[in-house]
Write a protein that binds this ligand. Structure first.
Ligand code: LMR
Length: 393
C-alpha cells in the first residue's frame, strides 16, 4: 500500500534549519527558525529551568501516568500566567486549562474539539500567518478562510481591511488571532484595535481563538497578554493555545496548554469532558517533564523571580537588536518598522532572489518570505548582516 505514496518536500522552516546545519561556513548566520539565541549564538537553557530540573531529579518519586489533562498544578499556574492571577473567569469556574504537547498540540486539539462541536466549522486566519497553522487546523477538517492582516507595502497591520473582511464571517465562525509577537510579521494589534476586534466578534457572534506562543518576548508578560485578557473578559466563549517553547526555552520538551472558556461553569465541565476524550483518542496524555519544570518554577517565588528576570533580559535584548538592526539598515532605506515591531520576527520586504543571494553568497539564512528571526542576531554579526543586506538591495 505504501508504494502509492509520493515523497513530500520537508516543511520549509525545518528544511532551512537542516540546510543551515549542513552549511560548513564558519561565519554563517541563522535568522531562520524561531528559536531564541544569546550573544554567542547558542539557544541557552535558562538557569531557572536548570534549577527546576535539579530539584525534579532529586525529588521525583514516580513515572506514573499523568492523565489526559496533564498536571493540575501546571494547568492552574498556566491559567494565572495567561489570564492573570485572580481573574474572575478562573474564580467562577468558567475556565479549564489542559496541558498539551507544545503549542502545536493545543492548536490541533482545539481544532479537533471544534470539529466535534460543529463539523462545518470555519476558522479565519490572518494573511500571512504561521505556515503550520494551516495543516494543524485544516488537517482536523476545519475550513480555512483568510483575513488580510499585513499591508505588504508598509509592513504594518491593515486593520481596516482586517475588520472589513471579518464582517463577512458568519455566527459561530472562529477567528484565530496571535496574542502577541505576530508570526511571521512582528506587527501586533494595539490595545484599541483589540477592543475594536472584540466588539466585532461580539456583534457577529464569532468564537475567538488566540494563539499565545510568545508571551513575555514582546513587551513583557503582562502587556503581551493585555489583548487576550480584554477579549476573554468580554466574550461568552473562547479558546487559547499557549506555548512554553519560547518563554521558558523548552522547545524540545513540547510544553503547551489549551485554555477553554465557556459561558458558565457547568457548560465548561461538559465541554472539558469532551475535550479530554478528544485528547485520549489522539495521544492519550501529554509528556510530563516540560510541564513539571514550569510548575516547579511558577510554584516557587524565588524561581519565578529568576525566570522573570531571565525572560526580561531576553525581551530587552530583542528590543535592543530591533533598534540596532533598523539603524544599521537605515542607509539602505526605511527599516524603522523593525524597531516598532515586537517578538522574534519581522519581514525585511526583500525578494526571494535577494533572500537566496544572502543565503548562497553570504551564508545568511532567512525564510524565502524574507522573515528574519531578529533574536538570531547579535552585536558582533549585526554589521556583517546589515552590510550583506545592503549589498543585495
Ligand atoms: C517558527 O515559526 O520558526 C517556529 O514557530 C518554529 C516552528 O516550528 O516553525
Amino acid at each position: 500500500m505504501f508504494e502509492t505514496l509520493k515523497p513530500l518536500p520537508q516543511d520549509p522552516i525545518l528544511q532551512l534549519m537542516q540546510t543551515f546545519r549542513d552549511d560548513p561556513r564558519p561565519d554563517k548566520v541563522d535568522l531562520g527558525i524561531g528559536v531564541y539565541k544569546d550573544d554567542a549564538g547558542n539557544t541557552p537553557i535558562m538557569a531557572a529551568v536548570h534549577e527546576a530540573e535539579r530539584r525534579l531529579l532529586a525529588g521525583e518519586t514516580t513515572k506514573g501516568y499523568v492523565g489526559p489533562a496533564g498536571s493540575a498544578g501546571y494547568n492552574d499556574a498556566m491559567a494565572s500566567l495567561i489570564l492573570g492571577t485572580d481573574n474572575a473567569l478562573i474564580r467562577d469556574g468558567r475556565t479549564a486549562v489542559v496541558q498539551t504537547p507544545g503549542g502545536c498540540g493545543a492548536l490541533r486539539m482545539a481544532a479537533e474539539f471544534l470539529r466535534l462541536c460543529n463539523p462545518a466549522t470555519t476558522v479565519w486566519v490572518s494573511t500571512p500567518t504561521w505556515a503550520n497553522h494551516l495543516p494543524l487546523l485544516g488537517g482536523a477538517g476545519l475550513t480555512i478562510r483568510e483575513y488580510p492582516y499585513l499591508n505588504r507595502d508598509t509592513l504594518q497591520v491593515d486593520f481596516a481591511a482586517m475588520l472589513e473582511s471579518l464582517e463577512g464571517a458568519k455566527p459561530g465562525d472562529v477567528v484565530l488571532l496571535h496574542g502577541c509577537c505576530h508570526n511571521p510579521s512582528g506587527a501586533d494589534l494595539d490595545l484599541e484595535q483589540w477592543q475594536d476586534v472584540t466588539t466585532l466578534i461580539q456583534r457577529k457572534g464569532l468564537l475567538p481563538f488566540v494563539d499565545m506562543a510568545y508571551q513575555g518576548l514582546g513587551d513583557g508578560l503582562e502587556k503581551d497578554a493585555a489583548g487576550l485578557r480584554h477579549l476573554a473578559s468580554q466574550v461568552p466563549e473562547m479558546l487559547a493555545a499557549a506555548s512554553c517553547s519560547k518563554n521558558f526555552g523548552l522547545y524540545r520538551e513540547r510544553t503547551g496548554a489549551l485554555v477553554l472558556i465557556s459561558e458558565t461553569a457547568s457548560i465548561n465541565q461538559a465541554a472539558t469532558s469532551q475535550l479530554l476524550s478528544v485528547i485520549r483518542s489522539h495521544y492519550s496524555m501529554p509528556p510530563a517533564h516540560g510541564a513539571a519544570i514550569v510548575e516547579t518554577i511558577l510554584g516557587d517565588s524565588d524561581l519565578t523571580q529568576q525566570w522573570q528576570s531571565e525572560l526580561g533580559g531576553m525581551c530587552e535584548r530583542i528590543l535592543h537588536l530591533r533598534q540596532a538592526f533598523a539603524e544599521a539598515l537605515a542607509p539602505a532605506g526605511d527599516f524603522s518598522f523593525i524597531a516598532r515591531q515586537r517578538g522574534m520576527f519581522s519581514f525585511l520586504g526583500i525578494t526571494p532572489e535577494q533572500v537566496r543571494a544572502l543565503r548562497e553568497d553570504h551564508g545568511i539564512y532567512m525564510l524565502d518570505s524574507s522573515r528574519v528571526n531578529v533574536a538570531g542576531l547579535n552585536d558582533k554579526v549585526l554589521p556583517q548582516v546589515a552590510d550583506a543586506i545592503r549589498s543585495v538591495l
